[in-house]
Each structure stands twice: as structure tokens, then as C-alpha cells.
Design a protein around this ligand. Structure first.
Ligand code: ADP
Ligand code: ZN
Ligand code: ZN
Length: 671
């Protein structure tokens, strides 16, 4: 009796058996539609078995095995199985997530010719179609390329170099070699917004190669088509955001993760995976090299490179601009600021205006002001659904919750006391934009944040404006920090950065350093020297001092020392159990029960694993749900993994009050 074992997208950690009389081994990895309850579902065939734990006469038959595209290869299934195991998620949720939505639904895009046999494209000679002028590699680049090409089998490498040091050039050379051998290359980038320009650069370099993009912003059919082209080996280069790590690529020979430190590689909902970590596992499994590139590597990656687990490849110099920007710290303790801006920064801006150069003022907070307040009675604008303030947006005269999306018109008067003089407190990008426009009436001020660049089209239009030189002063959030060349930009001012120095999250300084380094790297890329001014009330803080010296390594070592003493990652491994319910009591009670359940596990499993007390999350209410968390920690990853697997079985069996939801986040990034 032929039985197929199917992964279905259900929150149950098991597979589902169906009769499939006409199935054979070649159907493993195919999509299949099956009856489930009263509905029909599409899943993926994981295994073929001859006997089921369920009596055969209880088994239903599959509706149809979809043989309209090549089966997903064993390597792809193994990747999904790893994610299911490592992130403690049902396999069906992983396979479903890893498939583009259209394929997940059992549909197929129109493709020119989807032959079941994988067509092997000729091993092209990319050199022949190259545009002639490739830059002569600098010695450090040469060494990095050689190290990547010499790596036979699995090697994880950290390519550490500041913006403009020629990392992308190194990637392109390595990809070139892979294409010449007939292989496929996968390149992951943090932001959708970055893919078009990178795609342009890659396409220009490899005009003969079929390049496919993969990101969540793409139309359904295009994404599904790209997936199938990668699966068939037709696509030679896959470029994409984190979800591209799941692209099936039968001849994958190289993985690149650019800006590997970027938090967007970690998905924060649903399947909470880290695409960077999954990519490293995949490279290991395929026995191929992986290059992690960054100017400010994550401390995890830097630690691996320092201890020799990863190979360290350094690009110490910029490829084009002669020098790094000069970083200066502006001590604002004894200065009366004008709308948050120091005299030094205002003078710097004026100077750039006079010279016809561009400036950027970086403030990582969008909106006009973080809160609207009524000073006489103490009312402040709060979200009804979240433990958060409503942010004042003057551009369209709304109050908005940045957590749940709730919005309301600005009240004419205080809802509590009727006072009509409500005051904005604090400062966001809109307020800075207004202030700069008033202070520099002749300047063209352009704001770039998620509000002004709410669609890819608007974002492209803003970039075009900047490139055309039609903006003098840019005001923006970290959106502006990433991967864009603005040749006339010579001054970067950072305001409001101090908040991150003392944040409760132990990763906040790491993120701040990366952001400031990155945003500073926007200045002075061409023949114009750049300058970075950082306003702070803590001018002696080691983080800022390291920035002045452009000394990532010093900063990283100091941070790692602190983490070692505190026992934080990478010196320990963590998982976070979170629960949300109508009341905090319910959430915390569930977490307490989860903790008690763990105490029932055999000592051999619980040994070396620490469970902390359940506590309310820092933002304890989101969308009317009260949220709690329970941190689990161990110095041994295998010990933590073994514990989590058993603990999950207990968690699935725990009684829950109606409306309670929970999830486990392995290697959580946010606290
Ligand atoms: P990164 O990715 O580190 O920011 P890029 O590879 O984009 O750096 O290089 C920055 C700029 O320098 C690009 O315009 C690139 O074409 C150029 N470049 C890179 N390597 C060289 C080189 N060896 N000689 C001349 N120009 C180079
Ligand atoms: Zn809200
Ligand atoms: Zn009031």
C-alpha cells in the first residue's frame, strides 16, 4: 500500500498520512492536494511509506499529486527540516512558508516551458560577455577573492570592510568564478529597497546570466516563476531578501550575505528564523563557501571570526575615496540647542549650502513628535490598544500608533480638560524637516522615512531627486543609511542618538554603532571629503570614541568583553517563550505553567539550561493583548536544543485559556 506522508500548513508538529496508489519515490518533494476536514489543502510530500500508524481504512486518499513542476530536491526538504527542528516549528509551516504563495496554493504561474526534466544550461563563459573595464583589484580584495575561490567545501568567511572598501566587487568576482563553473550563486541583502540597484549592478556585470530576484514585495506570479527558474537551474544568480534563503538551487555553489549584521535577516513573526544563520547551515550542508559581508559585523559573527571558526577577510581601505570621513563629537551638554540642533551642525549645514553640496541629518524617529501632551492636566496621546504613545504626524494631521497602526485625527482640545493648547513633545523627522526649512529658507529640504517613502515607487522617486542634485538637506531615518551612493553628500549630522546608549536591550549599542557607522559612510564617497557630526551629552562614551577612530574592532572587543562577563550571546544561547492573552495574569500564568512543566523533565535534559522568571514584556500591551515572556538560556547550544524539543511537546499539551497565544523565538534579537 502506497502511503505519502505530507507536510501541511497547520500548527501541529506532525505529518499527515494519505493513500496515494499511483505514487513512487519520484514524488517525494512534490506538492499534493489532500482532503482535510471538509476542506482541501495543499502540502508537500516528505516521505513515502508502506504502513501508517493509523489503520489503513481510516486513511483518506490524496486528491492529486501535482507533477506540473520538478519535485523539490532533497536538499531543500532537508533545509526545511533543519528549520523546523532548530526553530521548533511544525515542518508544514516551514515548507509552506518557504514556498511562494502561488505554489503554496497549488497553483502554477505561466512559464514558457516547464519541462519536468531539469534543463542544464550550457556552462557559459561569462568573461566573454563582460564589459571590458573591470577595476584592478586592490591587494586586500585580491586576497579575499583568492580565499573564497580557494575554499573547497564548506568555509564560512567574514568579509569585513567599510562602505566603499570594495566588498561588492569581491562578491562579483566570486560569482563570476561560480558562473564559469556552471554553478548557481545566492546573494542575500537586507532590504527590498536595495535589490533594484544591486540587481542593476549585477545585471550589468553578467549580461548573459539569468538573474532572479526574490522578495516579499514581488507580484505572486513573478515570485513563483523565479522560484521555478531557480529550481530548474535556469536562474544562475538569485538575489533577494531573507526569504531567498529558501530558494531551491540544485547547483548552488556560493552563498553571499551582504550586511550580515542587519536585523532584518531575522524574521520577527511567524517562522522566527535568521536567514543568515540558516544560510550558514545550508552552506555547511552543501559543503560550499559562504561569505558574510559587513562594515560592522554582528558580534556573533565577529566572535566566530576572532576564534577561527570563520575565516576573517579584511578590506582595510576604501576603494575610491581617499579617506574615511572625519567624525567629530559635538558636546551638547552646555549648549542651548536650536530645535535640537547645535551651532556646529547648523554652521556645517550652512557651509555645505554655500558650496552646493548635500547634507544629511539623521534622526531615527519618524513623525513630528513622539507624543502630544496637555501640560496643564497631564494628558498625553496614548494608544488605546497598546502600551505606547500615539505619535504626532503633522504632515497629514494624524495621531498614529507605530506599533499597531491605530490612527486618529488630532484632537482640537484636550479630551480630559478641554484645553486647546496641546503641545508636541520631543522631535521626529517631520519636525526637523520643518525646522530646517525655516532656518534655511533657500535650501531644498527632503525628508526620507517610511512615511515619505511608503511605496517602492515613492522611494525610487526620492532617490532620483537626491541623485539629480535637487535636494540640499536630507532628513532621514536609518532608511537612508543603507547602501546608497550620494556623490555630493559631504556632511552627516546625527541627532538624538544617545537614547540607544542606555536602552534596556543589550544589543542596542551594537545597533547604534552599526547605524552611525553606516550613516556616516554615506558621506564623502567620491572626490569630496566627508564629515560626520554626532551630537551627544556623553562625548566620552567609548562607543562614540570608537566611531571617531573608525575602530569597529575596538568597539566589538569591548562589547564582547561585557557580554562575556554578563553571560550574554554569543557566550550563551537563548530562546524566548512569549505569550499574549486578554489579561497579563493569563499570560504570566501560562508561562509559569510552562516553567513548571520544564521542571518535570529528566535532569539530563534540564541540566545546564536556565529558565528565568516569567515577566511582562517591555512593551506589555500590543493590540489590546497583554504580553509576557520567559527567557531560556544555556551555554551549550545542543543542550538548549535538546531541552527545547522536549519542552515543546509539553507546551503543546498545556491547557490554555481561550484567546491565549504563544510562540517560541529561538535566538531572539529583540527583548
Ligand atoms: P562596498 O560594497 O564595500 O561598499 P563597492 O564594491 O561597492 O564597495 O566599491 C565601492 C566603489 O569602488 C564602487 O564604485 C566600485 O566600483 C569601486 N571599486 C571597487 N573596487 C575597486 C578597485 N579595486 N579599483 C577601483 N574601484 C573599485
Ligand atoms: Zn497601538
Ligand atoms: Zn488636559
Amino acid at each position: 500500500m502506497n502511503i505519502v506522508r505530507v507536510a501541511l500548513d497547520l500548527p501541529l508538529p506532525r505529518l499527515f498520512d494519505y493513500l496515494a496508489p499511483d505514487s513512487d519515490e519520484s514524488d517525494i518533494g512534490r506538492r499534493v492536494t489532500v482532503p482535510f476536514g471538509t476542506a482541501s489543502r495543499t502540502g508537500v510530500i516528505i516521505e513515502l511509506v508502506t504502513a501508517s500508524e493509523h489503520p489503513d481504512d481510516k486513511l483518506k486518499a490524496v486528491t492529486a499529486i501535482l507533477r506540473d513542476m520538478p519535485a523539490l530536491p532533497a536538499e531543500w526538504l532537508a533545509l526545511c527540516e533543519f528549520c523546523a527542528r532548530y526553530y521548533q516549528a511544525p515542518l508544514g509551516e516551514v515548507t509552506s512558508f518557504a514556498l511562494p504563495p502561488m505554489l503554496r496554493r497549488g497553483k502554477l504561474p505561466r512559464v514558457k516551458k516547464v519541462a519536468p526534466a531539469v534543463a542544464v544550461p550550457p556552462a557559459s563563459t561569462p568573461a566573454a560577455v563582460h564589459p571590458p573595464a573591470l577595476p584592478q583589484l586592490m591587494p586586500a580584495q585580491q586576497a579575499a577573492v583568492a580565499a573564497i575561490l580557494d575554499a573547497s567545501g564548506f568555509h564560512a568567511m567574514l568579509l569585513h570592510g567599510v562602505t566603499g572598501s570594495g566588498k561588492t566587487e569581491v562578491y562579483l568576482r566570486a560569482i563570476d568564478a561560480v558562473l564559469a563553473k556552471g554553478g548557481q550563486a545566492l546573494m542575500l541583502v537586507p532590504e527590498i529597497a536595495l535589490t533594484p540597484q544591486l540587481e542593476g549592478r549585477v545585471a550589468a556585470r553578467f549580461p548573459g546570466a539569468h538573474i532572479v530576484c526574490a522578495n516579499s514585495g514581488m507580484a505572486d506570479a513573478a515570485r513563483a516563476r523565479g522560484f521555478i527558474e531557480a529550481l530548474m537551474g535556469r536562474a544562475r544568480i538569485v538575489l533577494g531578501t531573507r526569504l531567498a534563503v529558501f530558494m531551491p538551487m540544485p547547483r548552488l555553489q556560493l552563498i553571499i550575505v551582504d550586511e550580515e549584521h542587519d536585523a532584518s535577516f531575522k524574521q520577527q513573526d511567524g517562522l522566527r528564523y535568521s536567514a543568515r544563520d540558516v544560510a550558514v547551515w545550508r552552506a555547511h550542508q552543501l559543503d560550499i563557501p559562504i561569505v558574510l559581508g559587513s562594515a560592522t559585523p554582528s558580534l556573533e559573527t565577529f566572535h566566530h571570526a576572532s576564534t577561527g571558526r570563520y575565516k576573517m577577510l579584511e578590506l582595510p581601505e576604501r576603494a575610491v575615496a581617499e579617506a574615511m570621513p572625519v567624525v567629530r563629537i559635538i558636546d551638547t551638554r552646555r549648549e542651548k540647542l536650536q530645535e535640537g540642533l547645535s551651532a556646529a551642525l547648523l554652521a556645517g549645514l550652512q557651509q555645505r549650502l554655500d558650496r552646493g553640496e548635500q547634507s544629511l541629518v539623521f534622526l531615527n524617529r519618524r513623525g513630528y513628535a513622539p507624543v502630544l501632551a496637555c501640560p496643564p492636566c497631564g494628558w498625553i496621546s496614548r494608544c488605546r490598544r497598546c502600551a505606547a504613545n500615539l505619535v504626532l504626524h503633522l504632515a497629514d494631521r494624524r495621531l498614529r500608533c507605530h506599533h499597531c497602526g491605530f490612527e486618529a485625527p488630532i484632537p482640537r482640545a484636550c479630551p480630559d480638560c478641554g484645553n486647546v493648547d496641546l503641545l508636541p513633545f520631543g522631535r521626529g523627522t517631520q519636525r526637523l524637516e520643518t525646522m530646517l526649512a525655516e532656518h534655511f529658507p533657500d535650501a531644498r529640504v527632503l525628508r526620507i522615512d517610511r512615511d515619505s517613502a511608503s511605496t517602492p515607487k515613492k522611494w525610487q522617486a526620492l532617490l532620483a531627486t537626491i541623485h539629480a542634485g535637487e535636494a540640499d538637506i536630507l532628513v532621514g531615518t536609518q532608511m537612508l543609511a543603507k547602501g546608497h551612493d550620494f556623490p555630493r553628500l559631504t556632511l552627516v549630522g546625527a541627532v538624538g542618538a544617545d537614547a540607544a546608549l542606555f536602552a534596556a536591550d543589550f544589543r542596542a549599542p551594537e545597533r547604534l554603532f552599526a547605524q552611525l557607522m553606516q550613516v556616516g559612510g554615506r558621506s564623502g564617497r567620491a572626490d569630496l571629503p566627508g564629515e560626520v557630526l554626532i551630537q551627544t551629552e556623553y562625548p566620552d562614551h567609548p562607543l562614540y570614541q570608537a566611531l571617531v577612530e573608525h575602530d569597529y574592532v575596538r568597539f566589538a572587543r569591548a562589547q564582547l568583553d561585557e557580554r562575556r562577563i554578563a553571560g550574554f550571546p554569543p557566550f550563551s544561547f537563548q530562546a524566548m517563550l512569549r505569550a499574549e492573552a486578554r489579561s497579563m495574569e493569563q499570560s504570566l500564568a501560562f508561562l509559569a505553567a510552562a516553567r513548571e512543566a520544564a521542571a518535570m523533565l529528566p535532569n539530563s535534559l534540564a541540566d545546564g539550561v536556565t529558565l528565568y522568571d516569567p515577566v511582562p514584556m517591555r512593551m506589555q500591551r500590543l493590540m489590546t493583548l497583554e504580553r509576557g515572556q520567559l527567557l531560556v538560556e544555556s551555554v551549550s547550544r545542543p543542550a538548549l536544543q535538546a531541552f527545547l524539543a522536549k519542552w515543546m511537546e509539553q507546551l503543546y499539551a498545556l491547557k490554555m485559556p481561550g484567546g491565549l497565544r504563544w510562540h517560541l523565538d529561538v535566538d531572539p534579537l529583540e527583548f
